[in-house]
Design a protein. Structure first.
Length: 478
């Protein structure tokens, strides 16, 4: 039900000004009755009386923003600069009580809802057009228990927030590879990251979640309480409610050997073949992302990024194969703190650029996949775009597909194309190029998307969305 609420596009997405406030000067608004036009769960529109909106405002501890209010435009911005949706209301929640109030309001008034965690999702699922956006950006607290090696983080925290607190104690858990990604969206969909070879996905490290379900009830979900819900929250995405806080298991994680090696594009096939061999033979302590990108000098290059959290002497040996191949154009591998590892790819994912992403899971990297990527990359329309393989990690693979709702346990990696550009006039060419690449790569992939990278139902179609949940779809629906 939640997904139905979240994914529904407005009846007419081009109708940007759904709210009367937007065209009403502030002075006129004061004291005057200004009703609010909102999108409903059913896809229609309804009018909310000013008094109804005011009652929600009075209940919330955090601000309730409408179009025209200071902070409204900033609050509706997400990582992908292409997303320009205008919620009728943004509830900037200050705590669980605000989330409960917002959910109950939406349910009573039948208002379309979206939930914003870190706001990093490429299709912009966090922002609805014309409805109520439940915004957790103000709920970013993280509390570490260094003795039990656990951390509890609020639903709006990013991995940068999380790692900052946990690393003070030399602890960490598997998080995303770009530091301003939200812990919420990433973990609910699975969570691929540098530590997954040793410790599994982010969702595998979850001990407990607090969730406000669609009827406004706060439930605790863990192995003992609401275990079925807990199962669904580990890979089922944001379909079951608003997750207000997450408790993770932490692990000792010290400085590690990590960095990026670049090879000339003329050796692209050999270097990606090396990546394949490396990815399929590494120990649990290593995880890797490989791909094709345009260097700062404007040259196409092959990049292999690695992270090895074995003891540093042992690590040198484990990474030798990729450092002696070449010679590389550049080799930035060296000892570094984990928080630095967690920002290695930040420069490739700058907030606010226009982005379009296609990905799919792969059980192996075939010669055909490598050839296709190399051939197509030669015509990539933007220097900010790149194609990649992101390995799941050995420990993530060892867990059975039915253990959590994340269903891609047999995949070696996710392949993907992150197309990024600046000029809105270039939207068409970049999106077309990415879709054509995705089509060309389909014979080499499983056909199952990673839930966290899926587009809207209007783009993907219901069959593709179903496939993303794989063998677990039926149980999730139930
Ligand atoms: C550049 C880039 C790098 C990425 N790297 C990785 C990676 O290394 N590993 C990986 O696994 N994924 C990665 N992703 C995918 C990432 O996991 C998703 O984009 C994820 O949705 C981001 O979570 P968020 O909280 O920031 O998203 P948001 O945009 O806030 O939300 C995304 C979805 O999750 C739901 N949601 C968010 N918060 C909550 C909540 N508190 N309760 C209930 N539902 C909620 C939203 O409603 C929405 O449907 C990457 C994405 C990008 C764009």
């Amino acid at each position: 039900m939640w997904r139905a609420i979240r994914e529904r596009e407005p009846p007419d997405a081009s109708q940007l000004n759904l709210v009367r406030y937007a065209s009403t000067p502030a002075k006129e608004r004061e004291g005057a009755l200004a009703d609010l036009r909102v999108a409903t769960i059913g896809g229609a529109e309804t009018i909310l009386e000013e008094a109804t909106v005011q009652s929600l405002r009075a209940t919330l501890h955090g601000p309730l923003l409408c179009p025209g209010d200071a902070g409204y435009d900033e609050a509706r911005k997400v990582w992908n600069g292409m997303i320009d949706r205008r919620p009728a209301l943004i509830a900037r929640c200050a705590g669980v009580a605000d989330v409960i109030a917002a959910v109950k309001f939406a349910r009573t008034q039948q208002v379309l809802v979206s939930v914003r965690g870190g706001g990093h999702n490429a299709p912009g699922n966090a922002v609805c057009q014309g409805g109520l956006m439940i915004d957790l950006a103000g709920m970013r607290g993280v509390r570490v228990d260094p003795v039990r090696r656990t951390a509890r983080a609020e639903g709006g925290a990013t991995w940068a927030d999380f790692d900052r607190e946990t690393q003070v104690f030399g602890l960490a858990t598997t998080g995303g590879s770009v530091s301003d990604t939200g812990i919420a969206g990433l973990t609910l969909g699975g969570g691929l990251g540098w530590l997954a070879g040793k410790h599994g996905l982010s969702c595998d490290n979850l001990r407990s979640i607090d969730v406000v379900t669609a009827d406004g009830t706060m439930l605790i979900a863990n192995a003992d309480e609401n275990a079925d819900l807990f199962w669904g929250l580990r890979g089922g995405g944001g379909n079951f409610g608003v997750a207000t806080s997450f408790e993770f298991q932490l692990h000792p994680v010290g400085p590690m050997l990590a960095g990026m090696v670049l090879y000339p594009f003329s050796k692209a096939r050999q270097a990606l073949t090396l990546y394949r061999e490396f990815a399929t033979s590494i120990p649990d302590e290593v995880n890797t992302i490989g791909g094709l990108l345009t260097s700062a000098d404007g040259d196409p290059v092959v990049a292999i990024v690695v992270c090895c959290h074995a003891s540093l002497e042992g690590a040198e040996e484990r990474l030798r194969a990729i450092r002696i191949f070449g010679p590389p154009v550049a080799d930035s591998i060296g000892p570094m703190p984990y928080r630095q590892v967690q920002t290695l790819l930040d420069a490739a994912a700058v907030r606010g650029r226009r982005n379009y992403i296609k990905t799919n899971m792969m059980q192996s990297i075939s010669d055909g996949a490598i050839d296709t990527l190399v051939e197509r990359f030669a015509t990539i329309p933007s220097p900010y775009s790149f194609v990649f393989f992101q390995q799941l990690g050995n420990a993530a693979n060892r867990i059975a597909s039915a253990t959590t709702a994340f269903s891609h346990r047999d995949a070696l990696c996710e392949w993907g194309c992150q197309s990024s550009w600046l000029d809105p006039a270039a939207d068409g060419v970049n999106i077309r190029w990415t879709r054509e690449l995705s089509e060309a790569m389909s014979p080499f992939a499983t056909g199952n998307d990673y839930v966290n990278q899926l587009g809207l139902e209007t783009e993907e179609g219901s069959e593709r969305i179903k496939a993303a949940f794989g063998v677990n779809h039926e149980r999730l629906v139930a």
